[in-house]
Write a protein that binds this ligand. Structure first.
Ligand SMILES: O=C(O)CC1=CCC(=O)O1
Length: 92
């Protein structure tokens, strides 16, 4: 099942630069492991915003929730998920 997720990141003003750098490094490791195993099919930056659009290919809503809530920066992200179905005009 395919899902498009938009993630908007907001760090509290009192979070230190060191803690933010740690979270970003952990996020990169977690994110790239999921991309290598194929469940995280792509990620794009939203131009001009600390936000991304991400494509997930997973078996269930529960699996997607487990993945999203496992992101090290999850506490600082607002996530909006759109489930995707096959378009009748698609050639793929
Ligand atoms: O958009 C970001 O930088 C936050 C993020 C979520 C998943 C990821 O790889 O980065």
């Amino acid at each position: 099942m395919l899902y498009l997720a938009r993630m908007d990141v907001t760090f509290p003003a009192d979070l230190s630069a060191e803690r933010i750098a740690e979270l970003q490094a952990a996020e990169k490791e977690y994110s790239q492991a999921l991309q290598h195993d194929g469940r995280f099919a792509g990620i794009w930056r939203v131009v001009g915003e600390y936000a991304n659009y991400s494509l997930f290919d997973v078996a269930s809503n529960d699996e997607l929730h487990q993945i999203l809530s496992g992101f090290p920066m999850y506490a600082y992200m607002k996530v909006k998920v759109t489930p995707l179905a096959k378009h009748p005009n698609s050639i793929r």
